[in-house]
Design a protein around this ligand. Structure first.
Ligand SMILES: Cc1cc2nc3c(=O)[nH]c(=O)nc-3n(C[C@H](O)[C@H](O)[C@H](O)COP(=O)(O)O)c2cc1C
Length: 232
């Protein structure tokens, strides 16, 4: 990967990476999803800590999504350890010698098979992690590419160290950014049916948070159900 991406190079690279998605959007008059080939739901963990509670919460979502239909594939993407620089979205070049790991993520999201995206963040002082904000800002590349994520179904998950630590605020931050991509935002499905998945981390474990785990399952199921309808 070129470590000296300037603005022009970035836009060029980004455009090439998502070109396929523009041609084969999951929903659209131009190129509907190929019938009978199934869909993929992707979870994006925006915790800087790999394999911790945000990733665990997303895995619960994805497992629930998979249970909706045999035609649902799932994939968990962890941003932990990746260099995702939000400033690039504003045209600021990466510092010399740095790799732009967002370019590795782009093709995964742009894949026409991806019909649903669930973004998960730890709650950091009532908001998203800086990694999550950088990721959401970098989605600018899709917006600039004729809204290449348009009509994918999206949901949000937040894990906090306190029961009421700002999970819903965090979910709403994610929603606001995703709405700018013309995605179809959904919450956790019934019977909880609120903003999304809101989990409580106790000692790096979410399994004891029965309500939060239920919201994660309902979010995964809801994203898959709507994505399957949209892809019809
Ligand atoms: C900088 C920072 C700020 C945090 N702020 C909050 C907060 O406002 N509310 C809360 O409930 N938890 C807060 N936490 C705790 C994390 O949200 C919690 O540990 C979360 O589960 C971490 O996700 P992870 O296990 O995926 O890394 C904070 C943690 C850090 C490091």
């Amino acid at each position: 990967m070129d470590s000296k991406l300037n603005r022009r190079m970035f836009i060029g690279t980004a455009g090439a990476a998502v070109a396929a998605s523009v041609a084969t959007k999951v929903l659209g008059e131009d190129a509907p999803a190929p019938a009978g080939k199934g869909i993929r739901i992707v979870g994006v963990s925006c915790s800087p800590r790999k394999g911790k509670t945000t990733a665990a919460g997303l895995q619960i979502c994805l497992d629930a999504a998979k249970q909706v239909s045999p035609s649902v594939e799932i994939e968990l993407i962890e941003l932990a350890g990746l260099n995702i620089n939000g400033n690039v979205a504003a045209g600021v070049p990466l510092p010399a010698g740095q790799e732009d790991d967002f370019l590795k993520i782009m093709p995964k999201l742009a894949d026409p098979k991806v019909a649903g995206i669930i973004v998960g963040s730890p709650v950091y002082f009532g908001s998203v992690s800086s990694l999550c904000k950088a990721f959401l800002d970098r989605l600018m590349a899709f917006r600039k590419d004729n809204f290449a994520l348009s009509n994918k179904v999206a949901g949000a998950l937040a894990v906090g160290g306190a029961r009421n630590g700002g999970q819903e605020l965090t979910v709403q931050m994610i929603h606001a950014a995703l709405l700018c991509q013309e995605v179809i935002v959904v919450g956790d499905g019934k019977p909880t049916a609120r903003l999304g998945a809101t989990l409580w981390n106790k000692d790096d474990d979410i399994s004891g948070d029965e309500f939060g785990v239920t919201t994660a399952k309902n979010l995964g199921r809801r994203v898959a159900e709507v994505a399957l309808r949209v892809a019809k």
